[in-house]
Design a protein around this ligand. Structure first.
Ligand code: F6P
Length: 361
């Protein structure tokens, strides 16, 4: 049994981070009599002068519904590098971190984060430091788990936004374009688009054609629907083009919504507006599902550490939390299967993905 474990959150924040922290602390202290140290601002907290704080039952009291993370996070550590427009696997100063962990008497780590954070966690494992990961991201793009926490809350927020856009689009007979997050996968766009009754969904997995977008707008006009709601994932690409970045140097996706809006207006003459949902999808209170999933993940992660599991990540598999090797978790990004059931259903109910060959489906 460990005397003290460390807990940290890394990458972009997601609703439910505090639920995981709270459950891990309550399980570690209450069930196993261990002590907990919170490492602040992702791995930065165990580098240099170090920034840590004591986590007790008292300090985690009341945080379950709170958005963000009480420990702070970073999605680009001081040790990360961008080389030739690509984020290279962060070169974590692992020796320094191991010395500092020892100094703080931290014997094992619960690392809560997405692909990049878990890749660093794996480096600790490869140096024989006990670590268990917890999969976080609103993008739901980790292949080794059915769901990441944060995703369902993001879908709720995007769906509500679409409902609101619907009424204003219909009142003004406009084309409304809503850009959502998701990096290079289209899960948020697809699921929110289905739940919020989008007419066109543009996702990175299906390159779109502007002609197909316009065709759908006109098709709707013919049946008397003078407005169109489009959801576009930030990583969506027009056929023959690549993703659009806000700032190439920073590798921040964004701008495709405005691009689609402008082109629709040019091609149809219809008034069109674009809304970028952005960080509203990440901020604020987690929904009930993410509180539950985060809590289950947090407790399971501590139990896994105590029972001797190493280099693992907790993962949801058919509604049950299990553990999988961290290495599997960081290997592949989970994309929307273009031949999958949800895409099929969307097409069956008349939603267009504006593929070049959309008519063939
Ligand atoms: O991975 C989560 C996410 O919200 C992505 O959907 C988005 O591309 C990215 O993080 C934005 O990160 P930030 O604005 O924090 O740099």
């Amino acid at each position: 049994m460990f005397k003290r474990i460390g807990i940290l959150t890394g990458g972009g924040d997601a609703p439910g981070l505090n639920a995981v922290i709270r459950a891990a602390v309550r399980t570690a202290i209450g069930e196993f009599g261990m002590k907990c140290t919170g490492i602040e601002d992702s791995f930065e907290g165990i580098l240099g002068d170090t920034q840590t704080r004591k986590l007790t039952l008292k300090t985690v009291s009341g945080i379950l519904p709170r958005g963000g993370t009480i420990l702070g996070t970073r999605n680009k550590g001081s040790f990360c590098k961008i080389v030739d427009g690509e984020m290279v696997i962060p070169e974590m100063p692992i020796d320094e971190a191991l010395v500092n962990l020892k100094k703080h008497k931290i014997e094992a780590l619960v690392v809560i984060g997405g692909e990049g954070t878990l890749a660093i966690a794996e480096q600790f494992h490869l140096r024989n430091f006990p670590v268990v990961g917890v999969p976080k991201t609103i993008d739901n793009d980790l292949s080794a788990t059915e769901l990441t926490f944060g995703f369902r809350t993001a879908i709720d927020i995007a769906t509500e936004a679409l409902d609101r856009l619907h009424t204003t689009a219909a009142s003004h007979d406009r084309v409304m374009v809503m850009e959502v997050m998701g990096r290079n996968s289209g899960w948020i766009a697809l699921e929110a688009g289905l739940a919020g009754s989008a007419d066109i969904i543009l996702i990175p997995e299906i390159p779109f054609s502007m002609d197909a977008v316009v065709k759908k707008v006109y098709e709707r006009e013919r049946i008397g629907s003078l407005f169109t709601n489009i959801v576009v994932a930030e990583g969506a690409m027009e056929v023959g083009r690549s993703e659009i970045y806000l700032d190439e140097g920073e590798l921040r996706l964004g701008g495709v919504g405005e691009y689609v809006r402008r082109r629709v207006e040019e091609k149809t003459g219809k008034e069109s507006r674009c809304v970028v949902l952005g960080h509203l999808q990440r901020g604020g209170s987690p929904n009930a599902f993410d509180r539950m999933l985060g809590t289950n993940f947090g407790a399971c992660a501590v139990r896994a550490l105590v029972s001797g599991e190493r280099g693992k990540m907790v993962a949801l598999e058919a509604g049950h939390v299990e553990t999988v090797p961290l290495a599997d978790a960081i290997e592949n990004v989970k994309s929307v299967p273009v031949e999958g059931q949800l895409v099929r259903t969307a097409r069956d109910i008349g939603i267009s993905f504006a593929a070049e060959n959309e008519d063939d489906f």
